[in-house]
Structure formats: C-alpha cells, structure tokens
Design a protein around this ligand. Structure first.
Ligand code: BDP
Length: 718
C-alpha cells in the first residue's frame, strides 16, 4: 500500500466512532454515542427538531444539551426551529416563556419549582413532544429525563411522564482543601483550581455542572468540613463567585464550610463565642458581604466540636447556639446552615455509637427553621455496614439531612469495585419505628417537619481531577446513584445500576447483565472480606488503607480497632444491649426487642450489638468463629467471580476502559486476600481455634501482616 493512502486510512480509522474507540470515562453517563442503526432512524423521526421558547440561561443550556445529546445519539445534527410546522418537534418551555406550552394548559400545579412534565401531543396538527415545567430548572431536568430514555434506546412516543424531586436540597460535599488536596479523595487533586480562579474557568466546571444537573443535584459545598477560614476572605469570595456563575444555569447553588473560629483567625477578634454580639455581628457582616457578591449563595456547612474542630462547646454553648447564630445572619438572604451531628469526644468514655444522639436529641426543637442537622447514615462512621443512625426519627421537630459518603474511604478507595446503591437502599428503607412502623429513614427525610420546612441530603463527593472524574470507572456509578437517591430516596438500587450500566457501557444485554450482577453483589463482598457479621472500623490507622484489627495503641480509645471488635479468648463483638453500653436503647422499642435478642438480630448486625462466645451457633449451624472464616473466604471468592465475569466481556467493551477495570479488579483481589489473611491470622491468635475444614491457613504468620506499612497511602496524615 502506498504510504499516503495508508496514512489516510489510519486517519479515517482514528476518526470513525466505534465501540473500539478509546474512551477514557470523561463523558460519564452522558456519552451520547450513536444508537444502533434501526433505533437511530426511529429517533430521527421522533425527535426531528427543537423548538425552545424563552430566553433564560437555563433554557439555553437545556436546549444546548438536548441538541448535543440527540445529535450524538442520532449521529446527525438536530435542527432548531421557531415554530411547529412539521412532525417530530420537541417543544421546550414554561407557560410563561412559551405561548405553545401555555396553549396546552398542562397540569403543572403539583410539580413545584423543580418538577417537569413530558408529553406526546398534537400541536398545529403535528405530532410533537413537549417538555414543560413551572420553572426553567425543571426544563433542564426534563431534558435530561428525555435524553435518558433516548440513551436507553426507548421509544419517545406516547409519553406522559411527570416527576419532581422528593427532597429539596440535594447537595455534594467536597472535602477539598484550598491547596487542592482532597481529604479522603482517590481521584486526583481537587477539581477547583483556586489559583487560576476567577480568571480561568476550566471547561471541566461546566461538564461537572452538566453531570450533576443530569441527576438532579442542586447544590455543592466547595470546601472541606475540616474548614479553612481563608475561603471567607474577599479574594476567595471572588473565586467562589466565578464558580457560582458557571453552575447557576444548571440549577446548582454554591455553599461553603464555615470555620467556627474564623472571627479570630481572619477577623482579628479574641473570641468566637456565638453568644457574643460582636461575634454574631462579624458573621452577619461576612454573610452580607458574600451575598453582595453571590446573591444566590446557598449557605454554610459546619463541622463543630468534632475531631478537633472549634465549635460552640469551646465557650460552653450548645450546638443549637452555634447553628442559630449562623441561621439568623443567613435567613434574610434565604440561606441555610447544615450543621453536622458527627461528634464524639476523647474525654467522653461512653460508647462512641451513642455520643451524637446523646448530644443532639435533647436539642430537638431548639434550632432555627433554616438549620438542617446533617447526620451520617450510621452512628459510627461510613463503615461498609452500619445500622441506620438512631437520630433518624428521634428529632421530629428538626429537619434532618442524610449524609452519605460517596468516596469509598472505608470500602477500598478507588480500586475496589463496590456499588454503594445497595447500601444506601438498605439504610433508606430501614424502618425506624418512629413514631410507628413504616416510618422508614427515606420517609423521615422526605416529610418536612413543619409546613414549608426544608428537607435535604448530602453526599461526600468522589470527584477529582482524574480524567475519569471518580478515580475508577465504576466509582462513577456511585456519584450517579447518589443523585438518583437524592431525587427519590425510595428508589431501588438495581434499576439505578442498570440505567447507569446502559448509559455508561452500552445497551447490549450481554454487557449490561453481567455488569449489573457484579455491581449488585459487590458491596456485600467488601463487607465479607473486611468486616463481616457486624464487625466495624478495623482499618489501618490514619489512611484506613488495609487491615489493622490488632491496633491497640492509639491515644483515643475509639481510634483503635480493638475498641470495636472486643475480641478476647472467650468471644467477639461489642455488647450494645442493656448489659453493655446500651447504645441499642437509642432505637425504638420494636428494634430494641429484635436487635437485642441474639437469635433474632439480623446476622449481619450480630457483632455490632452483641459480644458472643466463639462457639455461638449462627444460622448456618456453624460457630461464629467458623462463620467468620467462611465469610472472609466468601468475600474473596466473590471478587474472583467478578474477575471472571469481567474477563468474559473482553472485546465487548472499548479496550482502555476494559483494561483499567481488569487491572483494578486484580488489585481488589489481592487486597481482599490481604484483608482475609491478616484478619484470620489476627482473630485466630485471639480465638485459638482451628480453621474450619476446607479453609486454607493464611500464608504468613500474624507478625508478617502487622509489619506491613503503607505510609504514603492516600489519606496519610488526615
Ligand atoms: C472520617 C474521616 C475524616 C473526616 C470525618 C468527618 O476519616 O477525614 O474528616 O470522617 O466526616 O470518616 O468529619
């Protein structure tokens, strides 16, 4: 072949869109790849042109996204028109912005400010699809809903869809520092390039906003809960303003973390006492200053008197005193305070599980109405499995906000495939029995405590500067699922996984089915190889990378894994019943009865609530010791199964993403084995029992595992 021709062919091959093309994961679930030929032709007929009526920035970005998405899926530019005079129009507008929409008299009254309606209609005698909403932001959500249908290869005919979010504040929490280090981040540096802001607005910020809008996220806290007061300085407020401008058309508000001692650190004051009028005045002036620059600023997230952060307790004031000071200054601007309930104190010898409840429950009714108390899903700390936090249902007069951790600090960082949708569904569907049976965590979050009271949810982001955004292809699913649960806390993990898989990897069932099955079993695998049967917090010190169940020498008792498992020659587990710490007593009576009984407690919570002898019979008939070993092995085996399923997808998925996942699964397998071997070696040194038949001894002795050091693992020094 002549060289010129060869070069030309090479160039053409590089340009041709195909499944074999190297995808990086940057496009997330918004890939808009051409659909298969037949479906593409149908879609061209269903969506032939766009008529967007209105002039706002939000309508503009909604229209842009629709054109971008449909053009990609149809493999041809979607036309834009000003009137409906041929079949196949997509009409976009609110009754105020669009005469066409107004003429239809659509039932929009129940859709609120963020809901939308999509309907197949006849307009000017032509077949059309209308996307309508009360406000422009609803149009954006409607566009993404229609695009999702199209991405899934579903028909756009005979549609009658309406939807609205069940929670008002659907927020990401970035644990990002101003030097771009992300606390517990496994996806590179912070995406906020503070040094180049406000002058340079990285286009990535827009893609971030698009991705978030596509799943209904409407707020983002830009900075770490372990806060730095510098972000409140005027030059940083300008940088925050620049981000707010990028996000505004996408319906996303910005929030910041407020360092409680900021009046001292950047205000030159002697005190940060919330009841000192000069302190309150300083915050009021600061808040007024922010709103003068960012009129739709969302408010503050505050971590106070927790893990060394300053707070109102430093001045013998309560959390309510602290939160209310901010709330009063924010209220005139419509801002909120998200006040974290994640507190536990070194000086407090009581079970860590109990401390947040003990401190916050008596404050019910004492917070201003623009305060939300933000509660982690479980009472300890984002572990692979925890029972729901006992505060849910226990503060009926206070808006409680759920806090999930999307970044997998305790579930294998970026490399382990662990779909968190199943964990979140488990927590959200848990029955609190408060005030009565059926009051699930989801229902408590959804129901405003008062008419007009605010509701919300927060997720600790797993987003960074990595090209694939989240550190791994599969961790994108957790960002996606978080948005879906934030929109509808009663959603189900399986269909969410399926939607994500189809949009991310393609609609071929031979690809989707194995991926969904891997995802659905993945979190339980992590539980099995890290913390089976209700064990918890056995990770190595500081960075939490790898096992450390033997650690017993840290200053604070509750920093040591031995505090959580309490294994000794007789048995294992934390007695939280009335004979122990009575942490269980913080739950409603039906749960106290069920979980307090060793025979009735779900086995996955056994060692969370009970200290049982090693020979305690589990449901399988095996002793708890044997069952522990069986579960460690089950976890490792599950990872092997995932590897086999993934291997079988070779060639069905673009090579770069496939190889990345293959390599990550290999790392996961090695680390699952490390967890299993080290944990068994340690617990056997305590239980002094033989391994059940058919289960191999760890290849090394305990000293070997104890000697493993990974001082530079992400998270060291945090
Ligand atoms: C812990 C993390 C720590 C966070 C803390 C929090 O290890 O980095 O600062 O949660 O939520 O799990 O405040």
């Amino acid at each position: 072949m002549r060289p010129i021709l060869a070069l030309l062919l090479l160039l053409l091959a590089a340009m041709a869109p195909s499944a074999a093309q190297a995808e990086t994961g940057y496009d997330l679930w918004l890939r808009y790849q051409p659909l298969p030929e037949q479906r593409r032709a149908e879609l061209r007929d269903e969506a032939r042109y766009l008529v967007a009526q209105g002039s706002s920035d939000r309508l503009k970005v909604a229209a842009q996204e629709l054109v971008r998405g449909m053009s990609g899926l149809q493999s041809g530019q979607l036309a834009v028109a000003t009137s409906v005079d041929a079949p196949g129009a997509i009409v976009l507008g609110t009754p105020e912005s669009s005469a066409l929409v107004a003429s239809l008299n659509l039932p929009l009254a129940t859709l609120g400010t963020e809901g939308f309606l999509i309907r197949s209609v006849t307009m000017n005698g032509q077949r059309a699809t209308v996307i309508a909403a009360n406000r422009d932001v609803g149009l954006l959500y409607g566009v993404f809903a229609l695009l999702k249908r199209a991405q899934l290869g579903e028909s756009l005919r005979n549609l009658d869809i309406s939807d609205r979010p069940k929670l008002q504040l659907r927020v990401l929490n970035h644990w990002d520092n101003l030097d771009r280090h992300v606390e517990r981040g496994y996806a590179g540096q912070s995406i906020w390039d503070w040094q180049k802001l406000p002058g340079y607005k990285d286009p990535r910020y827009t893609d971030y906003a698009r991705a978030n809008a596509s799943i209904g996220i409407n707020g983002t806290v830009l900075t770490n809960v372990n806060a730095n007061a510098d972000v409140l300085r005027p030059e940083y407020i300008q940088k925050v303003k620049a981000l707010a401008e990028v996000f505004r058309p996408y319906g996303i508000k910005v929030y910041l973390t407020a360092r409680f001692s900021a009046p001292i650190e950047i205000g030159g004051m002697k005190t940060a006492d919330p009841l000192d009028p000069a302190v309150a005045a300083w915050w009021k002036a600061k808040i007024d200053e922010i709103y003068a620059v960012i009129p739709d600023f969302g408010g503050f997230l505050v971590k106070a008197n927790s893990e060394g952060q300053p707070g109102p307790n430093d001045y013998k004031r309560s959390h309510a005193d602290g939160a209310n000071m901010f709330a009063d200054a924010l209220r005139p601007h419509g801002g909120v305070v998200m006040w974290r309930a994640f507190v536990y104190a070194a000086e407090n010898p009581d079970d860590r599980h109990k401390q947040a409840y003990t401190e916050f429950e008596p404050l019910d009714g004492k917070f201003r109405d623009n305060v939300l108390v933000q509660v982690k899903n479980g009472a300890i700390d984002f572990q692979p499995r925890e029972p729901f936090h006992p505060l849910f249902g226990a503060m009926p007069k206070t808006p409680l906000m759920m806090e999930f951790q999307i970044t997998k600090e305790y579930l294998g960082f970026a490399t382990h495939l662990a779909y968190l949708g199943t964990m979140w569904e488990e927590v959200l569907q848990a029955d609190t029995f408060r005030p009565r049976k059926g009051a699930t965590v989801a229902k408590i979050l959804e129901k405003p405590v008062d008419k007009g009271a605010v509701t919300g949810i927060a997720g600790v982001a797993n987003i960074g500067s990595d090209v694939n955004w989240s550190g791994s292809q599969f961790d994108q699913a957790n960002w996606y699922a978080y948005g879906r649960f934030a929109w509808d806390p009663e959603a189900k993990a399986e269909p969410i996984a399926r939607d994500w898989a189809r949009m991310t990897w393609g609609n071929d069932p031979a690809v989707v089915d194995p991926i969904v099955s891997m995802m659905m079993r993945s979190r339980e695998a992590v539980v099995d190889y890290m913390t089976p049967l209700g064990l918890t917090h056995l990770m190595a010190t500081g960075h939490h990378y790898g096992p450390g169940p033997w650690v017993a020498d840290l200053a604070r008792p509750e920093w040591n894994p031995v505090y959580y498992h309490k294994a000794d020659a007789n048995g294992i587990g934390f007695d939280r019943t009335a004979s122990g710490s009575n942490g269980l007593g913080q739950y409603a009576p039906p749960l106290v009865r069920q979980w307090g009984d060793r025979k009735k407690v779900p086995e996955e919570l056994l060692l969370w609530f009970h200290h049982v002898p090693w020979e305690h019979r589990t449901k399988s008939g095996r002793s708890v010791w044997d069952e522990l070993v069986v579960r460690y092995d089950r976890g490792v085996d599950e990872v092997k199964r995932m590897q086999a399923q993934w291997d079988a997808l070779r060639g069905k998925i673009d090579a770069r993403r496939w190889e990345e996942v293959r390599d990550y699964l290999a790392i996961q397998h090695d680390e699952a084995k490390w967890w299993r071997d080290a944990s068994i070696a340690y617990f056997q040194s305590v239980s002094k029992r033989p391994l059940p038949v058919g289960h191999a001894a760890p290849p090394h002795d305990l000293e070997h595992y104890k000697a493993i050091r990974t001082p530079y693992a992400p998270g060291s020094g945090e």
